[in-house]
Design a binder for this molecule. Structure first.
Ligand SMILES: [Zn+2]
Ligand SMILES: [Zn+2]
Length: 332
């Protein structure tokens, strides 16, 4: 029998379509890949040595032996830009803000054809520390309300370049979706006197069925109400509202999780396309007791259609407990 399951944190319902559920290995991804066998590509805008051919405005970099190992540049085609003045006004019944914001691309490695799953934990730690550094810097801007760090991997996740990169978008508003999520967490806190994410972590560790990995500081799990196959979260075990406040010594532990989950997906499902997103409390909400930051990983193995648009609900044609077991059993 199919089931409707509710996400305890956000109250979203999903249909776990058990009747027509596929087994985890049915999701092995054989679609065309955004991959390359070259470590350097002369036509890549992010490869070292191509800077003159593809000029970018560089924002920040980390160097080793006077060569960059990580770099942040302004997006060439930014969704929002800091060069615009920040203005907010009403036009008849409509509200407008000028396209103010920050859109940076983080180039995660000088090597053209690597990806987070294949990098060493030490390299991943450097990427995460660089995320923290950039977010800290951007959050100082008084016009910025919300910072999103995300990674698109593969065509179906919206990527068009092989070279490993993530993006940071800083917004002058708090998106409605983010506000609603934070408000749900606040409601739970008001009703129960504790953080709903902390409660979820406690229960999932007790239950073990959906856990992928547990270490000193973090836990990774496939969600009980996963909206799509292998939809997973990586959460810090200690309560913290924003990624930007993570301690440097916890980063190493987090890099283990990111590598572990992504490499298991890479090996088990043939390098599927995915998005990951760092979800934090908005800047002005500060460090609070009700919102708990985490990384969400969404492999792009199914497509949404009319039902999802019409209901805001998802149909997941896999069983979260089986997906978690499948991932646990893949050796990395
Ligand atoms: Zn490249
Ligand atoms: Zn918490």
């Amino acid at each position: 029998m199919s089931e409707l399951r509710q996400n305890i944190v956000y109250k979203e319902w999903v249909i776990i379509a058990k009747e027509r559920a596929k087994r985890p290995h049915d999701f092995i991804d054989n679609s065309p890949k955004l991959e390359s066998d070259k470590t350097y590509d002369e036509n890549c805008p992010f490869c070292p040595g191509n800077e003159e051919k593809f000029p970018h405005i560089e924002v920040d970099r980390i160097e080793k032996n006077s060569k960059w190992i990580l770099k942040s540049v302004f997006n060439k085609y930014p969704a929002l830009s800091k060069d615009t003045s920040f203005e907010w006004f009403e036009k008849d019944i409509f509200r407008v803000i000028t396209g103010y914001g920050i859109h940076e691309v983080i180039i995660e490695s000088p090597i053209h054809n690597t990806t987070i799953a294949l990098m060493s934990p030490k390299e991943i730690s450097s990427v995460l520390l660089f995320y923290k550094k950039r977010e800290r810097e951007i959050s100082k801007n008084k016009n910025i309300e919300y910072v999103i760090i995300f990674r698109n991997h593969g065509y179906k996740a919206g990527a068009s370049l092989v070279h490993p990169h993530s993006q940071i978008l800083a917004l002058p508003i708090i998106p409605r979706d983010v506000k609603q999520r934070v408000e749900e967490a606040f409601k739970y806190y008001s009703d129960h006197g504790r953080c709903v994410f902390c409660k979820l972590i406690e229960e999932e560790i007790k239950n073990q069925e959906r856990i992928i990995l547990e270490t000193d500081h973090f836990v990774s799990m496939v969600l009980y109400a996963a909206s799509s196959p292998f939809h997973s979260w990586i959460l810090p075990k200690k309560h913290l509202s924003r990624f930007v406040d993570i301690k440097d010594e916890e980063i190493e532990d987090l890099s283990k999780h990111l590598k572990n989950v992504l490499l298991k997906l890479y090996k088990g499902l043939n390098n599927p396309d995915y998005n990951y997103i760092l979800r934090s409390s908005p800047i002005s909400y500060g460090n609070n007791k009700y919102f708990h930051w985490y990384i969400t990983i969404v492999p792009r193995l199914t497509r949404s259609a009319g039902f999802e648009l019409g209901s805001g609900m998802f149909i997941n044609p896999s069983i979260p407990e089986e997906d978690a077991k499948f991932l646990r059993e893949i050796e990395v």
